[in-house]
Design a protein around this ligand. Structure first.
Ligand code: SF4
Length: 61
């Protein structure tokens, strides 16, 4: 289980860009974050700062 299950982009994001989606059988994690609401991003970088695996790349406009 990843550290991100407790502190994650999903809880860090103030505008709810992310939601969980299930990835059953994945050897690393059975859940991943889906940026389904990306257009709401305000480029605060909170998700980038909390991601334990540096998986998020936010490019401000
Ligand atoms: S940079 Fe965007 S997606 Fe990331 S936490 Fe901030 S608002 Fe949410």
């Amino acid at each position: 289980m990843l550290k991100s299950d407790n502190v994650s982009c999903i809880t860090a994001c103030p505008v709810n860009v992310f939601r969980w989606f299930d990835t059953p059988g994945n050897p690393v994690s059975e859940k991943k974050a889906d940026p389904f609401n990306e257009q709401a991003c305000i480029f605060c970088m909170a998700c980038v700062n909390v991601c334990p695996v540096a998986a998020i790349d936010v490019k401000p406009p």
